[in-house]
Design a protein around this ligand. Structure first.
Ligand code: FE
Length: 221
């Protein structure tokens, strides 16, 4: 099933290799995970790839890249109106200008939350995700209930994540694809006016940039 979805959706290998190599995130090992694992074993045995190199790659996405790159983008946009304009104009270019560990290869679009509009990111077909700026996708992002309910009942989904919006706020859904990925630019919370860029970046969680969370000034992470 997963393999079929991936084919239909035209995925590049770059963004979707990891969870398949390391199926522990899934409740069950999918066909594709088993196939990738078998392939990894063969390639390793034949000496084509170094398991250590694969591990380094995975570790980089887990720890070094993580959501920190995205948080830096958001914090910079909050304090620098020119950068914010550049980010909303062309997020790929703006993100790469900051010099990330892994340059953004796909088309990245930043969508801004306002009092009128709240943005929510999903990949209805599978698990397309802006790896370069958010690191590894959370398990729930790839789950069928999130993928379907985000579209049918976005308010309910946000409620499950503990996010309550004013009734007048519209929720806009952005469906990621292999070619186009999205990052949410959340609203800067009140009470953070004198904060440094670094301090601001600490409250920009991964969920804030998917749209399933809001920055909390007190609960910095
Ligand atoms: Fe996808």
């Amino acid at each position: 099933m997963a393999a079929e979805d991936d084919r239909k959706h035209g995925h590049d290998d770059k963004g979707h290799g990891h969870d398949h190599q390391h199926g522990h995130e899934h409740s069950e090992l999918s066909d594709i995970a088993l196939r990738v694992r078998a392939l990894e074993t063969i390639l390793t045995e034949k000496g084509y790839v170094e398991p250590a190199a694969l591990d380094l790659l995975v570790e980089a996405y887990e720890t070094k890249i993580g959501p920190k790159n995205g948080a830096r983008l958001v914090a910079r946009a909050w304090i620098d109106p020119d950068f914010k304009a550049a980010l909303l104009d062309d997020a790929t270019k703006a993100a790469n200008a900051l010099g990330h560990v892994s340059p953004v290869g796909s088309h990245l679009i930043a969508v801004e939350n306002t009092p009128k509009t709240h943005n929510l990111i999903v990949c209805t077909l599978c698990s397309c995700y802006p790896w370069e700026v958010l690191g590894l996708p959370p398990v729930w992002y790839k789950s069928a209930p999130y993928r379907s309910r985000a579209v049918i009942d976005p308010k309910g989904v946000l409620g499950d994540f503990g996010v309550t919006l004013p009734p007048e706020t519209e929720i806009r859904i952005w469906d990621s694809t292999a070619e186009t990925r999205f990052i949410v630019l959340p609203m800067r919370p009140p009470g953070t006016e004198n904060w440094s860029e670094e301090r601001l970046a600490e409250i920009v969680t991964r969920d804030c940039m998917i749209g399933t969370g809001l920055p909390q000034p007190k609960a910095g992470r």
